[in-house]
Design a protein around this ligand. Structure first.
Ligand SMILES: [Cu+2]
Length: 66
C-alpha cells in the first residue's frame, strides 16, 4: 500500500479529482481517501512515482509517507 498526505485536498471536489486521475493512471488501483486527515491510500500499483506525478499534474501536492 502506498500512502500520500495531500494537504491541499480540502473538499469532495478534490477527492473526486484525485481519485479520478489515479484511476486513469492505473485503472485497477484501489483508492481510499480520508479527507479529514488529508490522506490518500492506493493499493495495486507497481510504484508510487507515476501516481505522485499524476496527482501533481492536476494541481495538488502529494507527500509520500513511508
Ligand atoms: Cu476541493
Amino acid at each position: 500500500m502506498i500512502e500520500f498526505e495531500v494537504k491541499d485536498m480540502t473538499c469532495n471536489h478534490c477527492v473526486n479529482t484525485i481519485t479520478r486521475v489515479i484511476k486513469e493512471t492505473v485503472p485497477s488501483a484501489n483508492v481510499g481517501v480520508d479527507l479529514s486527515a488529508h490522506l490518500v491510500r492506493v493499493e495495486g500499483v507497481p510504484n508510487a512515482d507515476s501516481i505522485e506525478r499524476a496527482i501533481r499534474e492536476v494541481g495538488y501536492t502529494p507527500v509520500l509517507k513511508s
